[in-house]
Design a protein around this ligand. Structure first.
Ligand code: DHB
Ligand code: MG
Length: 217
């Protein structure tokens, strides 16, 4: 198989199972128009987040790394009218793009955007989150996982993005800070008794990557 066949199959799955969505496509268009990187989750990944939130009955969701709000909209649609998503974004310009897209999607009431680095904002949050999606700077993964456990409760679902990194995760001698941060996060999920975790590699429109899913025990 090749990256092209992965991508073609991913588009087929998205067409078949996710479908067309004006608000989400507008959010992506706004993100691209603003020059933000195209590193949001794929449509099938956004729907996975949405379904995990619904399956777990999550009402309070925390996201680290808003970018243009694409995954935020998916999560906000899962928590119900009384539910809330707190999403943390280090770049104020990104947060402005996200705010507009989230409001245009009709879920503005459910979403609280906090501008700042996750490591600075997380200690200021009130806990009780039912699902935490960590998708920010990989170098800080262990800080985010530690706070996710503190701000969660037994039963909280944690999703950690980008654990595949084109297979670079097996390179124990890598000097790439993103690879080191990813490996550190995976090691923590495997050894810290607060978590029970697994991870799945993915291929698709975002290349070869993957996602870890953990339960706070
Ligand atoms: C990167 C970050 C992401 O969150 C992602 O989904 C893909 C790539 C990155 O920083 O390289
Ligand atoms: Mg990501």
């Amino acid at each position: 198989s090749t990256p092209q066949t992965w991508s073609d199959a991913d588009v087929y799955l998205a067409d078949t199972l996710v479908g067309h969505d004006d608000a989400l496509e507008a959010a992506l268009a706004a993100q691209r128009a603003a020059g933000l990187p195209e590193i949001e989750v794929a449509p099938v990944g956004g729907k996975l987040l949405h379904l995990l939130a619904r399956i777990s009955g999550a009402r309070r969701v925390l996201e680290i790394g808003t970018l243009g709000g694409y995954s935020t909209i998916w999560l906000a649609r899962a928590v119900g009218p009384e539910g809330r998503v707190v999403t943390v974004e280090a770049e104020a310009a990104n947060a402005a793009v996200a705010r507009a897209s989230i409001d245009a999607a009709g879920v503005g009431e459910q979403v609280d955007i906090r501008i700042g680095r996750g490591a600075d904002v997380m200690p200021t949050l009130v806990g009780g989150f039912d699902l935490v999606f960590i998708d920010a700077d990989k170098e800080s993964n262990t800080i985010y996982l530690d706070w996710a456990a503190k701000l969660g409760h037994p039963g909280t679902v944690i999703v950690l993005d980008n654990i595949g990194r084109e297979g670079e995760i097996v390179r124990a001698d890598s000097t790439d800070p993103k690879v080191i941060g990813t490996r550190d996060g995976l090691r923590m999920l495997g050894t810290d008794p607060r978590f029970d975790a697994t991870a799945l590699q993915t291929v698709g429109i975002k290349g070869w990557d993957g996602v870890a899913i953990a339960l706070v025990v």
